[in-house]
Design a binder for this molecule. Structure first.
Ligand SMILES: [Zn+2]
Length: 395
């Protein structure tokens, strides 16, 4: 049993009141307009936990490292408000991707077992105090975002040059190792385009990205079941008014699209334009090993990358993922003029809807107790609740 009081962002607007949870689920959301600030500190802001559908790394580790890397990464991002995430692979030789997926599957199994233990032994649930140890709580790993190798060699961004056309049997084999939820494809490759409807019908979310597609090719891909767009504006054909490219097709036709709001990958004005155009534009971090770490040299898949002044780049200066975390993404979106409720939707309910997750993404009774608590004044993250378990991000 747990409880939090403050300004609560619900699907029906922000209310002053209290959230109670029992075990891993929200029990009640009670409006209480009489609630007062407590002894010198203003009531906090309580939002649904953040859902990041594009995470490569954090805390100095990369998903492609295998082993316990995914767990370390999920723990780092949990302390920044991410309560669910997709572990995201890079373009690499297929054996390397398979080994990475096996490590992700193991990390997911361990999370399931821990949740099951907590459910079966509610009395032995650790108290919030003991849960504060640095690596005890992880963002829930929802599965895998396969970012490559089915990309365009012309729009690699920071991906290494192991691109190839998509192949159904290969995707099935990967999905048998760990659940594939999102697959980024470049639609200008005929083989990729031909597979899209079939992939959609099997429940995969196909995203267009790392692509040099023309507007027409991208429109055809949306008709063939593409659901979203991978880091809109970055590593794709841009919008020229006589050749609108993938960006133009996304602004004209997409329901969902990712954007990286570190204010380095995309100009705030372009984020605002996309926010107007795309009904369910949502934020991702595209975070690398450098997230949560000081300036220095890190790995991104097989590449060496450098973190400096908040950016992560290859040696030639190409942006290579980000050092962004979701709490920073929230502050950035508010800083460019989005209302708290709008920024919150981009970080929680929209990514949940994109993956068709019914049990999280909004603060409603019956949903998973995944919550983030921010100081109301400077929007500093104070607490994170994952499946009813509290973390103090400062520890
Ligand atoms: Zn990425």
């Amino acid at each position: 049993m747990g409880s939090l009081r403050g300004f609560i962002v619900t699907p029906n607007g922000t209310i002053k009141g209290r959230i109670d949870w029992e075990g891993s689920c929200i029990d009640r959301v009670i409006e209480d307009p009489s609630l007062q600030d407590e002894a010198g500190s203003k009531l906090p802001l309580i939002l649904p936990g953040f859902i990041d559908l594009h995470v490569h790394g954090g805390a100095g580790r990369d998903v492609m490292d295998g082993g316990d890397a995914v767990s370390v990464i999920a723990s780092l991002h949990a302390r920044h408000g991410t309560t669910s995430m997709l572990a995201t692979t890079m373009t690499a030789p297929m054996d390397h991707i398979k080994a990475t997926m096996a490590a992700i599957a193991l990390a997911m199994r361990k999370q399931d077992e821990a949740l099951e233990r907590a459910k079966n032994n509610p009395k032995t649930d650790p108290s919030p105090k003991t849960l504060n140890s640095r690596n005890s709580i992880e963002a829930s790993i929802l599965g895998v975002h396969l970012e490559g190798p089915y990309l365009s060699a012309q729009k690699l961004g920071a991906q290494p040059a192991y691109t190839k056309p998509a192949h159904r049997a290969e995707i099935t084999a990967l999905h048998q190792i760990a659940p594939l939820r999102v697959i980024t494809l470049a639609p200008e490759d005929e083989a990729n385009l031909r597979l899209m409807l079939e992939l959609r019908d099997h429940g995969f979310c196909v995203q267009l990205g790392h692509s040099n597609a023309s507007y027409e090719q991208a429109c055809e891909a949306f008709q063939c079941g593409a659901r979203s767009v991978t880091h809109l504006f970055n590593a794709m054909s841009g919008l020229h008014h006589r050749a609108p490219g993938l960006v133009g097709a996304a602004l004209a036709h997409a329901i969902y699209a990712e954007v990286i709001p570190d204010l380095l990958h995309v100009h705030p004005g372009a984020i605002r334009a996309a926010y107007r155009a795309i009904p369910s534009l949502y934020a991702v971090t595209d975070a690398t090993a450098a997230a949560g770490m000081p300036d220095g040299e890190y790995s991104l898949g097989e590449q060496r990358v450098f973190r400096c002044l908040g950016a992560v780049r290859l040696a030639d200066g190409t942006l290579a993922g980000s050092a962004l975390t979701m709490d920073e993404a929230f502050r950035n979106l508010v800083s460019i003029g989005l209302r708290v409720e709008e920024a919150s939707a981009m970080l929680s309910s929209r990514p949940a809807a994109m993956l068709d997750l019914k049990d999280r993404g909004s603060i409603v009774p019956g949903a998973r107790a995944d919550l983030v608590v921010f100081g109301a004044e400077c929007l500093q993250l104070r607490q994170v609740v994952i499946a009813g378990q509290l973390i103090d991000p400062a520890l």
